[in-house]
Design a protein around this ligand. Structure first.
Ligand SMILES: C[S@@+](CC[C@H](N)C(=O)[O-])C[C@H]1O[C@@H](n2cnc3c(N)ncnc32)[C@H](O)[C@@H]1O
Length: 199
């Protein structure tokens, strides 16, 4: 496991040097942040049938925490755009569905893989460093695929919610935040966005 972790950190650094904006961080998420993402995802998916979709899985730090929190491997679908990360994930996580693709194509990627009902979405996508129209396309796609009441979990290093106000208003999203995880580098907050049944 230590070798996998070292390999993952090195790969992360290399991909960040090649594509800093879309990689979004120099190193993978820390253990405490990953565990907080997993707790929020467990809560968002409780009692909801179907797979849990992880967007921007990178080297699988959040994936490991989701598995450790009890989400079954066959229920996890990872979507990662970077081919080097997708290969790393396939080599290190057996029994999960790993799709190399763009989160902006989420509805099509799910349809192509025969997935029509999902339980929750957990995203580590670097929303703050992506252009506004790309973020809008990704978030609209997520809420097109999530049933009413379903949740999108997303962390941010920033002081504000990672889904911009204009989109939260358009989609009538309700957001709740965790406490800031000060021991992550940099400190982060985990948000859960839902579109209430009555919206
Ligand atoms: C900040 S890293 C998070 C990696 C990992 N989940 C973690 O927490 O350590 C963001 C990840 O999102 C991926 N990514 C960026 N844009 C993407 C997109 N449009 N579709 C799918 N993955 C994307 C990057 O390649 C990278 O793996």
């Amino acid at each position: 496991m230590a070798t996998i972790e070292r390999g993952g950190v090195l790969l992360f650094l290399k991909r960040w040097l090649r594509a800093p904006l879309s990689t979004g961080a120099v190193v993978p998420s820390g253990r405490r942040l990953a565990a907080a993402m997993a707790r929020a995802t467990l809560a968002a998916s409780a009692g909801r049938p179907g797979p849990v979709i992880e967007l921007g899985a990178g080297t699988g730090e959040v994936t490991k925490a989701l598995l450790a929190a009890g989400i079954a491997p066959e229920r996890l679908v990872l979507i990662e755009r970077d081919p080097a990360f997708a290969t790393f994930l396939r080599q290190n996580f057996a029994g999960l569905t790993i799709i190399q693709g763009d989160a902006a194509d989420l509805p099509r990627l799910l349809a192509d893989n025969g997935i029509d009902r999902i339980a929750a979405v957990v995203s580590s996508l670097p929303l703050l460093s992506l252009p506004a129209e790309i973020v809008a396309g990704i978030v609209r796609g997520i809420f097109e695929t999530l049933p009413r009441g379903g949740g999108m979990v997303q962390f941010t290093y920033g002081p504000r919610p990672p889904v911009p106000l204009v989109l939260r208003e358009e989609l009538r999203l309700h957001g709740t935040a965790s406490r800031r995880i000060w021991l992550n580098v940099p400190p982060a907050v985990v948000w859960t966005f839902t579109r209430p049944d009555a919206a």
